[in-house]
Design a binder for this molecule. Structure first.
Ligand SMILES: [Zn+2]
Length: 293
């Protein structure tokens, strides 16, 4: 993704990986094959891999630079983490090199904000140093929505965290280091940057809204995983905690931001990533920023 601006703010992506990860049938349990096939013409090859029949997904973080702060939003899968899913298990990625290539070091990050606490959004919160998980960003406050933190704290305590040791290796060490701040789900991070609850994908999932000099943006985490969910906001993923609640949050967002000029920044959209929701006949579509069509 090319660097972008929202008013006085700058947005950059720190890329971890893009690949053909999962079939539409596995990803969206309520989608029919015919309904997916109707979108193949625009999805292939950037958003869908014909050879494998899988959706292409990106994994990336965003850096939101304001005159006051460097804010890191979502921290990808990270490295050396034991995970139940092979796509995430004990991985090495060029994420840190990509951060450094932006002219930033971990010490430059002032605020880390995780939209939710799934393993592909908290990975770089910590790194392994001398056999211990320690915060990667030594000068940062890590902002977590209180509801989301409480859910995973409870799951972890019950030993029922289905995705592995994510809370223990990527969230708890930040709390123990005194760098975590638990906030309400409508918390304002600074002037023009505020959270909004969008529950469903996880219990305390939030998005980060931005407004500067009359321009609007929204970092939407996993409110959507793929641009096909703009015409089909009713399709929740197999990873959603409550599929009906997720669909309701997503549908409300799509309706609110259609033709509204909001720059939408989803973590998992491949290609140019950022774009706008625009009306298209009786439905909506995602118009990527550098898409000439
Ligand atoms: Zn995700």
């Amino acid at each position: 993704m090319q660097p972008l601006t929202i008013g006085a703010f700058t947005v950059k992506s720190v890329h971890e990986d893009t690949g053909a990860y999962i079939t539409p049938a596995d990803m969206f349990p309520t989608a029919t094959a015919d309904a997916v096939a109707a979108h193949l013409d625009w999805m292939a090859p950037t958003y869908f891999d014909i050879a494998s029949g899988k959706l292409k997904l990106a994994f990336q973080s965003f850096i939101l630079q304001t005159p006051q702060h460097n804010i890191l939003i979502d921290t990808c899968v990270g490295e050396d983490k034991e995970r139940t899913h092979p796509d995430f298990h004990m991985k090495k990625w060029p994420w840190m090199d990509n951060l450094l290539a932006l002219g930033l070091t971990p010490a430059d990050i002032d605020i880390v904000m995780c939209t939710h606490l799934h393993p592909d959004h908290v990975g770089w919160n910590t790194q392994l140093r001398d056999g211990r998980w320690v915060p990667t960003f030594p000068n940062a406050k890590y902002v977590f929505a209180r509801d989301e933190y409480a859910h995973w704290e409870k799951e972890s305590a019950q030993g029922s965290e289905r995705i592995g040791l994510t809370f223990i290796d990527s969230v708890l060490p930040v709390m123990e280091a005194g760098q975590a701040v638990l906030v309400d789900h409508d918390h304002q991070i600074e002037d023009g940057i505020w959270l909004e609850p969008t529950p469903g994908h996880s219990p305390g999932h939030v998005i980060v809204n931005v407004e500067s000099n009359g321009e609007r943006g929204a970092f939407i985490g996993d409110l959507m995983h793929h641009p096909i969910q703009v015409p089909h906001p009713e399709w929740s993923t197999c990873f959603c905690w409550d599929m009906e609640m997720s669909a309701a949050s997503r549908t409300a967002f799509v309706d609110t931001h259609t033709d509204a000029g909001t720059l939408v920044l989803p973590v998992h959209f491949a290609g140019a990533t950022a774009g706008h929701i625009t009306r298209y006949g009786n439905a909506q579509k995602f118009t990527f920023l550098d898409d000439p069509s």
